[in-house]
Design a protein around this ligand. Structure first.
Ligand code: AMP
Ligand code: GLY
Length: 422
């Protein structure tokens, strides 16, 4: 099978790494790709992956059998629609189904319609009624931009003053819409499900670490590290989530004539009242995907093709035993203004699987060229072992501007340690 993979982050390098292991792969072409993906196949840095017609034409001209879309932006732009219209199977939902990620208000309304457990909410188009609403509800309260914000348009306000400041900042841009939500308490997990129409095959739950600083402090980022599987998400919670959240969502989308196809990423809060939906994404998580790919035993290409072509029924997904960790190495200054140009070396033989994100080749040297630069991943019988190996590998990598969290997986590490002493 000839595969075109869209994207250039650590998530896409991990997908490329796993696809490259498939006995069914003919060739892999990544666009725009990154230096890590270039080592696994061809790359086409010049393709505009946000231009649906350009992607469809390119895929047809190259005789591609499957297009795999990594990030959300091409999906929201309608790339999957154009590729399908060209008669080529595509892993990733239509623009209509990608609204599950693109519009928080869309998803909240769908939750209300289908009776899906989620935080109480209200949407506002103007500052004054939004301010009145948060003053009525009090803190803690959550303020979100209604649109794609790569996880960065959300303020979990501990005080009323913080909520008011967030609203004022959001309404400073013209045409803004805001969703205000009840603040949910509990542990958060990222749960992934392959779906086509109403067919659904659960993958695993991972836990991401969105804050920049250790102990979950500092600004929100795209994600600083993840591990999987998350033991806190028990088989019973997975079954409950499938019945109360995932299946009603898929059924409602299908009944509306906008069926979902691809990977549905449910951000869940495990509250005292059971799992509640925080948000949907219509793609794999980054860095959750890196941890998942390190654990996946089954053939990824077969799973993605079965999802794209509606042959998911009866699909079985096998996982390696143990735990995987994926630690993000960012450039100093991320998520604000990351330092660029720092040289990176020592990736070969560092003792981990290293996925590239913001890297570039410059006259033969590998240099940092983005916020999240690398993901360092390992897989071991326990999370403690995986973490020890990943951090030892990071020590062997030379990258002067590196910034990373040393406490990825802290909740699960505490559970593992507790389990041993019990
Ligand atoms: P989102 O972009 O909707 O995933 O929000 C980013 C992060 O903000 C989530 O991963 C949560 O950690 C937090 N968050 C979002 N909504 C809520 C909520 N209703 N209650 C508590 N935390 C939330
Ligand atoms: N790591 C969270 C996300 O990909 O949205």
């Amino acid at each position: 099978m000839r595969v075109l993979l869209l994207g250039s982050g650590g998530r896409e390098h991990a997908l490329a790494w796993k696809l490259a292991q498939s006995p069914r792969l003919g060739w892999l072409l990544s666009a725009p790709g990154n230096p890590g993906m270039a080592a696994l196949g061809m790359v086409e840095p010049g393709l505009d992956i946000l231009d649906p017609e350009a992607v469809a034409r390119f895929a047809r001209d190259r005789g591609v059998d499957l297009v795999v879309v990594g990030p959300e932006a091409p999906l929201v732009a309608g790339v999957a629609d154009a590729v399908l219209a060209a008669g080529i199977p595509v892993f990733g939902p239509s623009a209509a189904a990608a609204r599950l990620e693109a519009s928080k208000a869309f998803t909240k309304a769908l939750c209300d319609e289908a009776g899906i457990p989620t935080a109480a909410w209200a949407r506002f188009d103007a500052l004054a009624p939004a301010l009145a609403h948060v003053r009525r509800c009090g803190a803690p309260i959550v303020v979100k931009a209604d649109g794609l914000a790569a996880g960065k348009g959300v303020t979990v306000a501990a005080t009323l003053a913080e909520a008011e400041a967030a609203l004022e900042a959001l309404f400073a841009s013209p045409g803004a819409g805001v969703v205000i939500e009840e603040c949910l308490a509990g542990e958060e997990v990222s749960f992934f499900v392959l779906a086509h129409g109403t067919d659904a095959v659960p993958l695993l739950a991972a836990q991401d670490h969105k804050r920049l600083g250790e102990g979950d402090t500092g600004p929100n980022t795209g994600g600083m590290g993840a591990y999987a599987p998350a033991a806190v998400f028990t088989p019973a919670l997975a079954a409950e989530t499938m019945e109360r959240i995932i299946r009603p969502t898929l059924a409602t989308m299908a009944a509306r004539g906008t069926p979902f196809s691809g990977v549905l990423f449910a951000g869940l809060m495990l509250t005292a009242e059971g799992p509640k939906l925080v948000e949907y994404n219509v793609r794999f998580g980054d860095p959750e995907c890196q941890a998942l790919m390190l654990l996946l035993e089954s053939d990824l290409l077969s799973l993605l093709h079965a999802t794209a072509t509606g042959h998911l029924a009866g699909a079985e997904v096998l996982w390696k035993p143990g735990k995987a960790i994926a630690v993000v190495v960012a450039a100093r200054g991320y998520p604000g203004a990351p330092a660029a140009g720092g040289e990176i070396s020592g990736l070969e033989g560092c003792g981990a699987t290293v996925f590239h994100a913001g890297t570039r080749r410059e006259r033969g040297r590998l240099v940092a060229a983005g916020g999240r630069v690398l993901t360092v991943g390992t897989h071991a019988p326990t999370l403690a072992q995986a973490a020890q190996q990943a951090y030892a590998a990071i020590e062997r990598i030379s990258f002067a501007d590196a910034c990373f969290r040393r406490d990825i997986g802290w909740r699960e590490l505490a559970r593992e340690a507790g389990g041993r002493s019990a």
